[in-house]
Design a protein around this ligand. Structure first.
Ligand code: SF4
Length: 382
């Protein structure tokens, strides 16, 4: 029996091939289709127009430097109140962060650090010397630090404007800002899940300023909680418009909500089908983003490998073998902490793609690249 394509998808495919940006209504039609195979095919073709057969991964270190936070986001299982839950609190010193990053050697291309809004740690006095220290000891490593929420917090604390704090962080070595804290931009929903963190407007303004000053960034969307499909598509459209005004986003990363240990647990887990549709729809809605990342820590290695057939072209990074991601692990992720880079290459190649090692800004490296020996020696004696 012939397999009929969903007519709504045929019309959308024509728009995609003609380079016409999709509307919110197109996005709704994509979410509502049961024609998952054609949705994947159209997203995959768009991915291949952007990045050919390449699928990217990064050798990185991942550090959560503190979990002290009072923003009280309803979906968060990670934050701890220093006074009410002292037994849960951790706060690393700058020396501990530096030592942790080097615990498994210096052969990595990115350090990814995010933490809570900790009044005792989130300050330029803590971060600027540490950033300079990293840059001096590891010039081959890009600093992918903070989210827009952390940058706004520090700006307020130091009474600096956003352009001033971006300039200061850039001068200290900031290469890339992580895409977190975007959550969901739609204000009514945002008020219900994270009323005390950076507003949607400021999140976008901070990223646009980063891009104007030459600092790259990523963008995320937290989906699968109380948001509507319209909220998701509105979120993607706001990012697409922001990228037009002030280009500099490298990757979009759909983050599936995880329900353990937080106030939205009644929302449950996302389904595999919702995850795959969201990767594909992000690829098609965000026509001016080069990369859609399937972050194995969030949706799991197996879904993320399949996502490569649904428009994703990045699997994020190895993490160090002694790193401990805590944000998603506190919320119940079943993913481990570490994936060897050989495993990334196997998963990518088995999906029919070419595995490409990258850094935060998508400069590429041979898989067996290593930092110069003199740099390694400098690190080992410092
Ligand atoms: S999501 Fe971030 S800002 Fe919100 S409570 Fe958790 S650590 Fe704090």
């Amino acid at each position: 029996m012939a397999y009929d394509m969903d007519p709504a998808l045929a019309e959308i495919e024509r728009k995609v091939e003609a380079g016409v940006s999709l509307s919110l209504e197109d996005g709704l039609a994509l979410y509502r289709t049961h024609d998952i195979h054609n949705l994947g095919r159209i997203a995959r073709a768009q991915k291949e127009r952007k990045s050919g057969k390449n699928v990217y991964y990064v050798l990185n270190r991942y550090i959560n430097s503190t979990n002290v936070c009072y923003a009280n986001c309803k979906f968060c299982s990670f934050a701890a109140d220093e006074f009410k839950q002292p037994e849960r609190v951790f706060r690393m010193t700058a020396d501990q962060v530096f030592a942790k990053a080097l615990e498994t050697g210096s052969n990595f291309n990115q350090i990814h650090i995010v933490g809570g809004h900790d009044p005792r740690q989130l300050s330029l006095d803590y971060w600027l010397p540490l950033m300079r220290r990293f840059k001096e000891a590891l010039p081959h490593v890009q600093l992918s630090f903070f989210t827009a929420a952390e940058i706004e917090y520090m700006a307020k604390r130091h009474r600096m404007s956003i352009p001033e704090i971006v300039k200061t962080l850039k001068e200290a070595g900031l290469d890339n800002v992580n895409g977190g804290a975007a959550e969901i931009f739609a204000e009514e929903t945002r008020k219900k899940i994270c009323a005390n963190k950076v507003s949607s407007e400021n999140w976008i303004a901070i990223h646009e300023e980063l891009h104007r000053q030459g600092v790259a960034s990523n963008a995320t969307m937290l989906y699968g909680h109380i948001e509507s499909l319209e909220d998701r598509l509105d979120h993607m459209i706001r990012l697409r418009e922001s990228q037009r005004r002030s280009p500099g986003f490298n990757a979009f990363i759909p983050l599936a909500y995880h329900p353990d240990g937080n106030e939205l647990s009644h929302c449950g887990w996302t389904s595999g089908l919702d995850d795959l549709k969201t990767f594909a729809i992000a690829r098609l809605m965000l026509d001016n983003f080069d990369h859609i990342k399937a972050y194995w820590m969030i949706q799991g290695l197996k879904i993320c490998q399949v996502a490569l057939q649904f428009g994703a072209d990045d699997m994020d990074g190895t993490h160090g073998s002694t790193d401990e991601e805590m944000i998603y692990h506190a919320a119940g992720t079943q993913s481990g902490q570490y994936v060897d880079d050989r495993e990334f290459r196997r998963l990518i190649e088995d999906a029919g793609y070419v595995a490409v090692r990258r850094n935060s800004t998508y400069d590429t490296f041979p898989y067996d690249w290593a930092p110069p020996v003199s740099e390694k020696e400098a690190v080992s004696v410092s």
